[in-house]
Design a protein around this ligand. Structure first.
Ligand SMILES: *[C@@H]1O[C@H](CO)[C@@H](O)[C@H](O)[C@H]1NC(C)=O
Ligand SMILES: *[C@@H]1O[C@H](CO)[C@@H](O)[C@H](O)[C@H]1NC(C)=O
Ligand SMILES: *[C@@H]1O[C@H](CO)[C@@H](O)[C@H](O)[C@H]1NC(C)=O
Length: 189
């Protein structure tokens, strides 16, 4: 009788251990996929400023300044630190201008504003076959592409290399001297 009891309790103990391990693994997996799983940052446009055209006579050229402030919402439980980068602005496929963006850190579950100002030389645009027609409609559409290379902090001791691709569609309304922008982004680990 006494000999039979020991293997039975051992059996129960073994099953309990296995159940405990399974639960532990499940909890770790759930934690990883809910809390630690990297979420996409959201980029929203805060403001776009269009400072009108400036005409220079010697040498003759026309330019305008575009200011763009975007807010990056980092929904992750870790900060994102990015290196110096460049925003490339194109007009219907024609490179229009570029602007440097200095390195910074986007806090965990926080917001961060990135502002850039670019000077667009109209000479760069007029070579584009669509320019005259677009100018006549009063709306010039630009695309801004920026790649942020950096490190995302997942845990205090765990950092992942991350790249954020951000794209903004910028519309400049020439007749109203104002502009609007819509941005989207994607993060890759
Ligand atoms: C980042 O840009 C700033 C200012 O433009 C410059 O002083 C700094 O050396 C740059 N850092 C790197 C790592 O290139
Ligand atoms: C410029 O972009 C705006 C907003 O996305 C769009 O409504 C408009 O049709 C575009 N204009 C041209 C000429 O592509
Ligand atoms: C630009 O200005 C016009 C006229 O004042 C206004 O109707 C339009 O909503 C403005 N657009 C933006 C994006 O601010």
């Amino acid at each position: 009788m006494g000999l039979k009891k020991i293997p039975r309790s051992l059996k129960i103990c073994g099953i309990a251990t296995i159940i405990l391990i399974v639960i532990l693994i499940a909890v770790i997996l759930i934690l990883f996929f809910t809390i630690l799983k990297p979420k996409q940052p959201k980029i929203t446009t805060q403001q776009v400023t269009f400072e009108g055209f400036r005409l220079f006579l010697n040498p003759f050229h026309l330019e305008f300044t575009l200011g763009l402030v975007v807010t990056v919402n980092n929904p992750n439980y870790g900060s994102f630190k990015y290196d110096n980068t460049t925003a490339y602005i194109t007009y219907r496929g024609t490179p229009a201008t570029e602007a440097p963006i200095e390195k910074d850190t986007i806090p965990a579950r926080g917001k961060h504003d990135i502002s850039t100002e670019v000077v667009v030389d109209v000479d760069n645009l007029v070579s584009n076959p669509y320019y005259a027609a677009d100018y006549a409609t009063g709306c010039l559409n630009f695309t801004s592409l920026t790649t942020f290379h950096g490190k995302a902090k997942v845990l205090r001791f765990l950092k992942l290399k991350a790249t954020i691709h951000s794209a903004c569609d910028i519309s400049v309304y020439v007749q109203y001297q104002n502009s609007s922008a819509v941005c989207k982004s994607k993060v890759k680990y």
